[in-house]
Design a protein around this ligand. Structure first.
Ligand SMILES: C[S@@+](CC[C@H](N)C(=O)[O-])C[C@H]1O[C@@H](n2cnc3c(N)ncnc32)[C@H](O)[C@@H]1O
Length: 284
């Protein structure tokens, strides 16, 4: 009988060394309570590579093949939960208050386009939600305006799903049947493909939020969505990410973070906005 491969146990020293490595490259900080989570996530990769320990895996990450392996590491350690129309009060505030205001600001400075950034977009549900709203406003609020949505993430696995744009019904649960009919082509009982007119509004890119020096390479934005990723960062990283957003936002433009994420300690450059059952920030 062939023995099943056993999963190596992660020692505390290996946990500390790997978490330091991950923190330096992603800003994601695993506290002690996350040791088993990290061990489980890494074991699959360690077994695929036929390695005996987490220490060996760290050596592999630091070696000549490390750059390529980083992509696998990012796929394994990130939490990618998302859905269409996530946090409806905030999405409705975007639709009814933020986007109209952003369009007015853009027109006032003589621009004929609005640029939105979905920073940490996961498998695409968030940027496609924004694209749906913009498509529906095409002949009204957005008449004569171009829309460009930049959607970025660190995980190639979810970016590939986002580019494909094929979703099951569970992630569409907050959408009305009319929205589903308008924006998707149904391919099968549980397969809905976003229509090309939404896809062409979005460009998906790999961008690491700790790549602080490169924020400006993405251009400037009228609205930034950065939801449900700041919770994985510590205060030092959060501060630098918020500073980066501040630098690429147009004057008086908007930053929307997740409902449990406060940028309270770093909001000197931002004014807090209260919407109905949701919050947001405006660059001062
Ligand atoms: C929970 S999802 C949030 C998705 C979406 N914004 C939402 O709120 O539904 C968090 C995403 O952040 C991404 N992420 C984590 N660290 C990142 C980093 N340093 N740079 C860019 N994306 C990162 C993960 O890959 C994951 O897809």
């Amino acid at each position: 009988m062939t023995a099943l491969p056993t999963s190596p146990q992660m020692s505390v020293q290996d946990f500390l060394a790997i978490r330091e490595f991950i923190y330096a490259r992603t800003g994601i900080f695993f506290n002690e309570s996350k040791q088993y989570f990290l061990e489980n996530r890494l074991n699959r990769r360690i077994q695929e590579l036929n390695m005996g320990s987490h220490r060996d895996y760290l050596g592999h990450l630091q070696g000549h093949a490390g750059k390529e392996e980083l992509k696998q590491l990012f796929n394994e350690i990130t939490t990618n939960e998302t859905s269409f129309w996530r946090n409806p009060p905030q999405i409705e505030a975007f639709q009814k208050i933020v986007l109209p205001d952003a369009v007015a600001l853009a027109k006032a400075r003589g621009a004929n386009r609005v640029r939105l950034w979905s920073a940490a977009c996961s498998s695409g549900e968030e940027p496609y939600t924004l694209a749906m709203i913009c498509a529906e406003a095409r002949d009204g609020l957005l008449r004569g305006m171009q829309v460009e949505i930049i959607a970025t993430d660190i995980s190639e696995k979810v970016l590939a799903m986002a580019r494909e744009g094929n979703y099951g019904s569970y992630t569409l649960r907050n959408l009305t049947p009319a929205q589903i009919k308008q924006h998707f082509n149904q391919q099968g009982p549980d397969s809905f493909l976003v229509k090309p007119e939404l896809q062409q509004l979005i460009s998906f890119r790999n961008f690491n939020l700790v790549d602080y020096a490169n924020y400006k390479s993405l251009g400037s934005f009228d609205v930034i969505f950065c939801r449900n990723v700041l919770i994985y960062f510590d205060e030092a990283v959060k501060g630098k990410v918020i500073k980066g957003f501040h630098e690429v936002l147009q004057p008086k433009s908007f930053l929307l973070v997740g409902h449990s994420e406060s940028i309270h300690s770093f909001n000197v450059g931002f004014e807090l906005l209260h919407f109905s059952k949701a919050m947001g920030y405006r660059k001062r």
